[in-house]
Structures are given as structure tokens and as C-alpha cells.
Write a protein that binds this ligand. Structure first.
Ligand code: NAP
Length: 283
């Protein structure tokens, strides 16, 4: 039997790195891509420790020529693609009055259009192989969260795109799944974009932002957050199960959180929950 070929974006750290290792262990030929291969040290070390081989390639999901070259490599090297894991993404914290529309566009570029562009490029190969399209969304793709307007909008867009594509892709033999992690201890928080013309701390949103940061620090504390290896396990199951669900939460906490929204017909349950995140001590 031919070894199935999997391309993953964003494998320099976190969920992408852990998924590359877990998928290679599960028997995939993994094309592990990252935008800057000078950052491949941790992935190479993890692969050596796990005793697996990876094909590490450069791929920036925001650069069309880079996507084209990545897929051309897959075709010339393997002649097939059995699965794409859209994992690359970056958080962004802000609010529209402070961050401005250009920041929102940049967040959409990486988290949404990056996914769309990779999907477009991979679809002919996935159709040929009857393959899998798995995308790392977030609980933030279901529940809008304070100071995450741009990030949640991008992940909502991913969810809408994939939910719409799923039945269509099914008609040509391609399975589609979105993965919804809650807080995971990766480089995600350190990499969160905070850029805007003015620091939030110097705006009328400062008290709410301070409350948000307190709540978020607790959620991402390694004692509370999931480990990337746990998320990778769920991803590999989605890649290998005969009939994976269209939407998979990676933890019980993520299931509870998204469940609030999915049964929230008038939006009040979500608002009751998340307004508590930005309540200042006097409230
Ligand atoms: P991470 O450790 O920061 O990893 C993110 C990866 O995406 C890095 O390899 C990063 O590369 C890459 N990336 C960013 N922009 C890119 C671009 N333009 N082209 C190619 N790669 C790019 O964070 P993570 O937690 O593993 O994030 C992986 C996915 O999980 C993301 O889609 C994220 O939204 C999602 N997620 C994370 C959490 C969480 O709590 N951590 C929760 C829910 C969903 P560089 O090293 O070059 O920046």
C-alpha cells in the first residue's frame, strides 16, 4: 500500500509541530511546511527524538508563489496528496476603534485567506486521492470573544467556508473537518499581534482590557490549557478515521464552550458568558 502523503502548514511550533510528529508516527509521509525554515530546529529535534523522518519545506500561506512552489514540490516528489492540514494561524488582540481596518485585513489574510488559498491549491490533488481536508479553527470560530474581533471574524469565516464546502467536497470524495481547540499552551500567546496606532492601555477600553488579560492569563496557564500533543492526537484521528465529524472540539472544555453557542438562539447565553470576561472589579 502507498504511504499517504500529508502537507501541514505552520509546523515551526505548537500544534503544527506536534501534528507533524504524530502524523509521521501514524504512518504518513509528512511535508512539514513553515514560512521560515531557519526556524526548523525544534521540529528537527522533535523528529529525531521520535525517530521519524519529515520533509521540511518553506511555505508562507500569504504568498501565492510560495503556495504554488510547496504544492509543486508535493507533486514532483510524491505524485499525490492524501491530506492537507491547514494549521498556520496567528492570534490578534485589539478592538476596532483602536486597531483599525488594516490590522483586521492582515489577520484575515493569514487566518482566512491563507486557508482558502491552500485549499484551492490542494483540491485537485485531494480529489484525485479521495483525500482529507482538515483545518485548525478554534472555539473562537464558534464563539466571538472580547478583544478578539478580528481573530474570531477570521475563524468564523473559516468555519462558514468549510461548512459550506463540506457537502460539495463530499460529492467528489474529499472529507472536510474543522478542529476546534480551546486554550492550548503553544507560542500562540507570545505571537499574538497587539499592533495598533495606540496601546489599548491608553484608551477608554483599558479597564475592560485589563480584566480580559487577567481572565486570559488564567485560561492559558499550562495548568489549565491543553498541550499541543493532545490536540495533535485529535487531528490524527480526524485524518485517519473512516468518517470523521465535520466539526471536532479537542477537549471537554471546548465542547462545553462551543455548546453554549450552538444552542444559543437569541445570542444571550454567549453575551452573559463573555461580558463576565471584561467586567471590571467595580461592576
Ligand atoms: P503557534 O505555536 O504560534 O504556531 C503557529 C504557526 O503558524 C507557526 O508555525 C507560525 O509560523 C505559523 N504561521 C503564522 N503565520 C504564517 C504564515 N503567514 N505562513 C505560514 N505559517 C504561518 O500557535 P498554535 O497554537 O500552534 O497555532 C496553530 C493553530 O491553532 C492556529 O491556526 C491557531 O489559530 C489555532 N488555535 C490555537 C489555539 C491556542 O490556544 N494555542 C487555540 C485555538 C486554535 P512562525 O513561527 O513563522 O510565526
Amino acid at each position: 500500500m502507498t504511504t499517504p502523503v500529508l502537507l501541514i502548514t505552520g509546523t515551526s511550533s505548537g500544534i503544527g509541530l506536534a501534528s507533524a510528529i504524530a502524523a509521521a508516527r501514524a504512518g504518513f509521509s509528512v511535508v512539514a511546511t513553515m514560512r521560515d525554515t531557519a526556524k526548523a530546529g525544534p521540529l528537527r529535534e522533535a523528529a529525531a527524538a521520535a525517530g521519524v523522518e519529515l520533509d521540511i519545506q518553506a511555505l508562507d500561506v500569504t504568498v501565492p508563489a510560495s503556495i504554488e512552489a510547496g504544492l509543486a514540490h508535493v507533486v514532483s516528489q510524491y505524485g499525490r496528496l492524501d491530506a492537507l492540514l491547514n494549521n498556520a494561524g496567528a492570534g490578534h488582540v485589539g478592538t476596532i476603534e483602536v486597531e483599525g481596518v488594516d490590522a483586521v485585513r492582515a489577520v484575515m489574510e493569514v487566518n482566512f485567506f491563507g486557508v482558502v488559498a491552500l485549499t484551492e491549491a490542494a483540491m485537485p490533488l485531494l480529489r484525485e486521492s479521495g483525500g482529507r481536508l482538515v483545518t485548525v479553527s478554534s472555539v473562537g470560530g464558534v464563539v466571538g470573544q472580547p478583544f478578539n474581533e478580528a481573530y474570531c471574524a477570521a475563524k468564523f469565516a473559516v468555519e462558514g467556508f468549510m461548512e459550506s464546502l463540506t457537502p460539495v467536497a463530499g460529492t467528489v470524495g474529499v472529507g472536510v473537518t474543522v478542529i476546534e481547540p480551546g486554550a492550548v499552551s503553544t507560542e500562540f500567546v507570545a505571537n499574538v499581534g497587539l499592533d495598533g496606532p495606540q496601546p489599548i492601555e491608553q484608551t477608554p477600553y483599558a479597564p475592560a482590557f485589563a480584566a480580559y488579560l487577567r481572565r486570559t492569563a488564567a485560561a492559558f496557564d499550562p495548568a489549565n490549557a491543553q498541550r499541543p500533543e493532545q490536540v495533535a492526537e485529535v487531528i490524527v484521528a480526524a485524518l485517519t478515521d473512516d468518517e470523521p465529524a465535520a466539526r471536532i472540539q479537542t477537549s471537554e472544555a471546548a465542547r462545553r464552550f462551543t455548546g453554549v453557542k450552538l444552542a444559543d438562539l437569541d445570542g444571550s447565553a454567549v453575551q452573559n458568558l463573555t461580558s463576565g470576561w471584561v467586567a471590571t472589579p467595580s461592576e
